[in-house]
Structures are given as structure tokens and as C-alpha cells.
Design a protein around this ligand. Structure first.
Ligand code: G6P
Length: 613
């Protein structure tokens, strides 16, 4: 959600912090700021708006110093203005703090601190923590880490924080509870902290993921990790496997476009080493469950948010069809507060690109506390959901920077397909021949996607024709219904055009009333068992003068005379077809957004990783 970066080392901090913020901007972008220590001076520069505004501020104020913290914000408490921007300062302006997450007892803390004489400048929950740290110093804490750890004992809620202070300079104290934070272990006395690896990878690939309840001290002489209750702890150093080019635009105008075009490769990566041609099966090293336990699974519950939830719906259809196991899919935000009936031998699958989405993580924790077996389908290696699930499948799509998810979604679908294949073969609901056919079809997917990407110009022209539309309807049936939902979501996210995804056959129960000559309707009609039914839906739309964009596989002969535009994608198995029908919808949304002058990579009000409820 918000992004944190911190640096202590031999170099000037400001340019390093600014660069880190630029790489984190996709996480939140309504205001930003830095605080830098230099001898007995602590300089803070904050601006509302995007990082570019802060860059200008830094250019004017040129803060010096080699130890600092920085933040890019996505507002939760208080308007996105300069006062509410982080870092927040103590009353004497000698402690600076940045924070991701939500302090749930902020009101109570504020009352207490106000009673003690502390004055608040901002409307944020964060400011309570900096005053608590100040208070801890006043009560006798000798070091910044003592003051921070004492203060945190009073804090309820989610936080990732980084703090610096003139009272104990030349160090950064960081802490995590529920909001991701990692340390970057550089060379020659250089240490960084980041809310994700993108913030530090330009300097080091060696990172330490903090656990909930951990805090750490970063100094030029080294770093130390502690747990609030257990004292000194040791945390392993991990190596990031991707490099800087993975988080740069590499000649593309936007990250979203780059990531759409990366899909042939991201699909190869998710399948690499996992397809067993001869056995007609998948090898999933992360499924560490014994066969017997897997065979005991009687029911699957999938939970996720946003685009990942759409992947979950496709997973539901696949797992039911191929592995004959009953599946339910729930929004994590709903599941966590319901009182679901938890039957024995139910497997919980949590799907998440970031691995940090607060609602998904909370639902996972809630159900795990009831003893449910859990599996993760996660993109971000080392993220909370990846670590807290019992076993899982990494999607290996590489870092996804565009706020609107694209390549992560298609990799999630393929991960679910691999799992369905694996489960189907283990449960004997798929024959060897079915398995081999599926492996063969999976192998062909990257090339099919390449073929669709070659039609990029077609989508640009299509977008030109529809760029002034106020509404869009997306219709699909069976495996294509979740694709319709995802197509509509993509369009809303990046172009701000209102769009609805609907099951094709349900259209006549409501949305049909909306159709006239101004309503573009995207109909997903690949050759699958419900193709004939979807053709009937197209006729109903046509009869009401809707403008139809048909996405077909094969010739689409029955539709040629009925649709305004025909997009042909290659044919594959019905359960893999969503990968191929999704790509045109991504490109359509992208071009519509660009033509409408929208900020494609950082759409208004959205954040890449939603780490608050
Ligand atoms: C945010 C992002 C979406 C994403 C959703 C779930 O809303 O903007 O693109 O689908 O969170 O995120 P996750 O990281 O859990 O997949």
C-alpha cells in the first residue's frame, strides 16, 4: 500500500531514498516525504502529489546526510495533503517516523497523549506512534530501539515503521507487525530497509524478511534483529533471484504494457520444470503434502481479493471439472468476518500476487487457527502469505509493478491448472490421455499468447473507436464468466470507464435493459461447450442495437454477420482458454486508458498491494 525506504551507509541518502521511492511509487502515490539526519540537524521534506513533486522539493532544499527514511503514501486516515504526508515528527522535531498500516487504537492513544501534553499536527493515526516514542524517551529509554520497542507495546494494529532520531543518531530502527518490511544487507557498511524488495534491489540482492513482532537496528557497523517479546533473534538472509531490469520499463511506455507483453515468458516460467509429458502430470515441488493427505481432501475453499479472486473462480471450475472435488470461492474480506462452517478435510487455497493483501492474510490466519490445511498460490517470494501457508505453488511471474494485475493473473490461472491436473491425476479423475493432452495444451500457451500480442495494433484501433464510451458490458459463460469479470475490472481500474462483467445468460435478467446503440458489449465466445448458447446471447444484444466485440477461437463463422468486431484467439482446452481470452481484454483496457489520457500504471485511488483492511 504505502511504501517505505530507508538508508544508512557511506553515501548521501537523499538520491538513494528518492530512487527507492520511485521504485515503490506503484504501491501508493498521493504524497511522499523524506527525513535525513546530518550531525545535529534533522531535515524533513514532504510534498503532496506524486514522487515528482517531492523530487522538486529535494532539488530546492538539498538535504545533506547519510542516514534517512522515506515514504510514499496511500491515504487511510486524513486527506492526502502535505501535513498528513510522512515522515511525522515529534514535538521537538527530533524524531522522525514513517509508517505503513493502520494503528487501530489510535483514538485511545491520541486521548492519552493529548492528556500528557502532546500536540498533534496531522490527522493521521501514525503521529500517535512518534509521540509514544518521544514519551518513552521521556520515561528514560536510553536508545532509539528501547524507545521504539517500549512504544510499540502500547500499539494495536498493523504497522511497518522506520524511525530515526537526533537523540540517538546514525541508526534506523524499524519494526514490523502485519505490514511487510525487509532489510537490505549491502556491502561496506550500507544497510537499507524497504517495504518490498523493489526499494533495495538496486543496491543489494541480500535481504532479511522481518516477521511480525520483529524490530531491527541498522547502523553502519551492522544490523541486529529482535522480537518484541523474545529479545534478540536471528533471521536468515535470502537472495532475491530477479534483477533491476525486472522492475524497469525496458523501452515500453508503461509497466502495464510491458507486463502484458511479458506473458509468453511469465507463462513459460510458471510451467518451467513442472510439466511431465510422459506421465501426463505436473510436478509441483512446493506441494509438500503426502499423497495420502492430498487424497483425504474432500472440499476446497479458495479465497482471494480483486483479480486474484477472479483467478480463484476459474480455479473452482477447473478443480471441479478435472479433479471432481467440490470447491467454493470467497472474497477474503467477507470470509474473514463470517462464521463459515469448517468441515474436516477442507483445503484452503489463498491466491495473492503480492502475498501481503491484508484481507487475504487475515482470512488465512483465521481459518488456520481453526486447524484448516492451507495452500498458497503466490507471486511474491518470501511474502507473508507464502510463509504462512502450509505449502504452495509460486506463480513465478516476476515483479509486477503496474497496479492493474495482468501477467500475475494469467500465471495464477496456469498455477491452478497445474494443481488441478496434479490433483486430478492423483485422484484418478483424469486419465493418462487426458493428462497428456493437457500438458500438451499448456506447453502451447506461451506461443498462442505471442500470436495474440502480434495483434496489438488492432486493439489500439478498436480503442480509438470506443474511447468516448461511458459504459461497457462484458459477457461470458462457463470458464469465460470470470474472464468477463476480469475484463470489466481491468477497464474500470485503468480507464475509469464504468464496466460490468456478467454471466452471458443472466443478461436477460437485468443488464439487457441497458443495451442500446451506445453500449459496447464484449462477448467472450470461444469454441467450448457453451458456444452455441453464447451465440444466442449475441443475437439478443444485436436485436437491441448493442455494439458487439466478439472474442472467438476458431472461425467464429456463426458470429461474423452479427458482431461489429471479431477478435480471433487461438483455440485451446476450455479450461485453459481464459488465458487466451484475457489477453485481448488487457490490451483493450490499456489502449482505452492511454487514449483517454489516464495514468495507466498508477490509476487514481488504487494501490498495488492493499495492506490495510
Ligand atoms: C489490489 C490490486 C489488484 C489485486 C488485488 C489483490 O486491489 O490493485 O490488482 O488484484 O489488490 O492483490 P493480491 O496481491 O492479493 O493479488
Amino acid at each position: 500500500m504505502c511504501g517505505i525506504v530507508g538508508y544508512v551507509g557511506p553515501q548521501e541518502a537523499a538520491p538513494i531514498l528518492l530512487e527507492g521511492l520511485r521504485r515503490l511509487e506503484y504501491r501508493g502515490y498521493d504524497s511522499a516525504g523524506v527525513a535525513i539526519l546530518n550531525g545535529d540537524v534533522l531535515t524533513t521534506v514532504k510534498r503532496s502529489g506524486k514522487i515528482a513533486e517531492l523530487a522538486e522539493g529535494l532539488e530546492q532544499e538539498r538535504p545533506k546526510g547519510t542516514c534517512g527514511i522515506a515514504h510514499t503514501r496511500w491515504a487511510t486516515h486524513g486527506a492526502p495533503n502535505q501535513v498528513n504526508a510522512h515522515p511525522h515528527l515529534s514535538m521537538d522535531e527530533d524524531i522522525a517516523l514513517v509508517h505503513n498500516g493502520i494503528i487501530e487504537n489510535a483514538r485511545a492513544l491520541k486521548m492519552k497523549l493529548t492528556g500528557l501534553g502532546f500536540k498533534f499536527r496531522s490527522e493521521t493515526d501514525t503521529e500517535t506512534v512518534v509521540h509514544l516514542i518521544d514519551h518513552a524517551f521521556k520515561l528514560g529509554a536510553k536508545t532509539l530501539e528501547d524507545a521504539v520497542s517500549t512504544a510499540l507495546l502500547e500499539v494495536e494494529g498493523a504497522y511497518g515503521i522506520a524511525v530515526i532520531s537526533l537523540r540517538d543518531p546514525d541508526k534506523i530502527v524499524v519494526a514490523r507487525n502485519g505490514s511487510p518490511l525487509l532489510l537490505g544487507i549491502g556491502k561496506d557498511g550500507e544497510y537499507l530497509v524497504g517495504s518490498d524488495a523493489a526499494a533495495v534491489v538496486a543496491h543489494t540482492r541480500d535481504v532479511v524478511y522481518l516477521d511480525d513482532g520483529d524490530y531491527a537496528v541498522l547502523e553502519r557497523g551492522g544490523y541486529r534483529t529482535y522480537h518484541l517479546e523474545r529479545g534478540a533473534v536471528s533471521r536468515a538472509v535470502h537472495e532475491i533471484t530477479w534483477d533491476l531490469s525486472a522492475i524497469e520499463k525496458s523501452g515500453f511506455e508503461h509497466f502495464m504494457l510491458k507486463e502484458i507483453f511479458e506473458q509468453p515468458n511469465s507463462l513459460r516460467d510458471v510451467m518451467r520444470g513442472r510439466l511431465l509429458e510422459e506421465e501426463g502430470n505436473a510436478r509441483l515441488g512446493g506441494i509438500t503434502l503426502k499423497d495420502d493427505d492430498l487424497l483425504k481432501v474432500k472440499r476446497v475453499l479458495i479465497t482471494a481479493c480483486g483479480t486474484s479472486w477472479h483467478a480463484g473462480l476459474i480455479g473452482e471450475y477447473m478443480l471441479e471439472e478435472l479433479a471432481r472435488v467440490p470447491v467454493e470461492v470467497e472474497y477474503a474480506s467477507e470470509l474473514r468476518y463470517r462464521n463459515p462452517v469448517i468441515e474436516e478435510n477442507t483445503l484452503l487455497i489463498t491466491i495473492s500476487q503480492s502475498g501481503e493483501t491484508a484481507d487475504t492474510l487475515a482470512a488465512l490466519r483465521e481459518l488456520k487457527s481453526h486447524g484448516m490445511l492451507s495452500m498458497g498460490i503466490v507471486n511474491a517470494v518470501g511474502s507473508s502469505i507464502a510463509r504462512e501457508t502450509d505449502f504452495g505453488v509460486y506463480t513465478h511471474a516476476g515483479p509486477e509493478i503496474g497496479v492493474a494485475s495482468t501477467k500475475a493473473f494469467t500465471s495464477q490461472i496456469v498455477s491452478l491448472a497445474l494443481f488441478a491436473l496434479y490433483l486430478g491425476r492423483r485422484r484418478d479423475t483424469m486419465s493418462l490421455a487426458d493428462g497428456r493432452e493437457m500438458v500438451h495444451a499448456l506447453r502451447q500457451l506461451p506461443e498462442h499468447v505471442e500470436h495474440i500480442l502480434e495483434m496489438n495494433d488492432v486493439f489500439r484501433e478498436l480503442a480509438q473507436e470506443y474511447k468516448d464510451s461511458k459504459n461497457f458490458l462484458y459477457l461470458g459463460r462457463g470458464y469465460q464468466f470470470p474472464v468477463a469479470l476480469e475484463g470489466a475490472l481491468k477497464l474500470k481500474e485503468v480507464s475509469y470507464i464504468h464496466a460490468e462483467g456478467y454471466p452471458a445468460a443472466e443478461m436477460k435478467h437485468g443488464p439487457i435493459a441497458l443495451i442500446d446503440e451506445h453500449m459496447p458489449v464484449v462477448v467472450l465466445a470461444p469454441q467450448d461447450p457453451v458456444y452455441g448458447k453464447v451465440v444466442s446471447t449475441v443475437e439478443e444484444v444485436k436485436a437491441r442495437n448493442g455494439r458487439i466485440i466478439g472474442v472467438v477461437s476458431g472461425s467464429g463463422a456463426e458470429l461474423i454477420a452479427k458482431v461489429d468486431h471479431l477478435i480471433k484467439v487461438p483455440q485451446t482446452l476450455p479450461w485453459l482458454q481464459p488465458v487466451l481470452t484475457t489477453v485481448p481484454l488487457q490490451l483493450l483496457a490499456y489502449h482505452l486508458a492511454v487514449l483517454r489520457g489516464c495514468d495507466v500504471d498508477q490509476p487514481r485511488n488504487l494501490a498495488k498491494s492493499v495492506t490495510v483492511e
